[in-house]
Write a protein that binds this ligand. Structure first.
Ligand SMILES: C[S@@+](CC[C@H](N)C(=O)[O-])C[C@H]1O[C@@H](n2cnc3c(N)ncnc32)[C@H](O)[C@@H]1O
Length: 195
């Protein structure tokens, strides 16, 4: 049974519009926190020049595999286990990284670990694309994002919508430069770094 995320179905075309451009010259993408696997098969099908490597905590792998089995895309690889908190990631090197709706779920140590892991596994020339809601100057961009943040923190006090500039500071620490901040539907953003 394939897990289904309504949000993935809604956001995949707007995200793809940007990825098609910023990943046009990329070869190997590590997706961090693939979730259902819908993004992996959707973007893998639309961008066949990319070897797309899904990853997530092991409990998500059966669902991701169900999507892979249903689509049989030669360029989308079986999921690998990747916990951001692990000091070693058993993955190779990549010239692109994509992660959707993860940095507001994991704790701040996990967010820092995401960029430290990218630093360990990046090619010299690399692109990083992060999708999700972000704050600006400590402010929510909408009432719905403020309500979402309160809901997240009720479930887990360590989660919550991150400030775009705080994330950018982590990216700059590993030598990345913010190239684009794309508005997305439903008060989300797609941030793109290069370096
Ligand atoms: C809100 S879901 C987003 C899933 C998918 N990217 C999407 O946009 O629908 C957050 C994802 O982060 C993953 N995740 C949570 N903690 C993690 C960790 N410590 N390391 C790696 N992934 C983690 C979850 O398993 C889940 O798939």
């Amino acid at each position: 049974m394939k897990p289904f995320s309504e949000a993935c179905e809604r956001n995949r075309v707007p995200i793809l519009t940007v990825l098609a451009r910023v990943f046009a010259d990329r070869r190997r993408v590590l997706e961090i926190g693939s979730g259902t696997g819908q993004h992996a098969v959707s973007f893998g099908a639309a961008l066949p020049h990319l070897a797309w490597q899904p990853s997530d905590l092991p409990h998500c792998h059966a669902g991701i595999r169900a999507w892979l089995d249903a689509t049989r895309l030669p360029n989308v690889l079986p999921p690998v286990a990747l916990d951001l908190h692990d000091p070693v990631w058993d993955v190779g090197r990549f010239d692109a990284f994509f992660s959707a709706n993860v940095v507001h779920i994991v704790d701040w140590v996990g967010v820092e670990a995401l960029f430290e892991g990218i630093a360990r596994h990046r090619e010299a020339d690399c692109r990083v694309a992060l999708y999700g809601p972000f704050n600006y100057g400590g402010r929510f961009t909408s009432e719905s994002n403020a309500a979402f943040d309160a809901w997240l923190r009720r479930k887990d006090a360590a989660s919550g919508i991150r400030d775009r500039d705080a994330i950018d500071a982590l990216a700059r620490r590993i030598g990345l430069r913010l190239l684009e901040d794309n508005p997305m539907p439903a008060n989300n953003r797609l941030l793109v770094w290069g370096g």
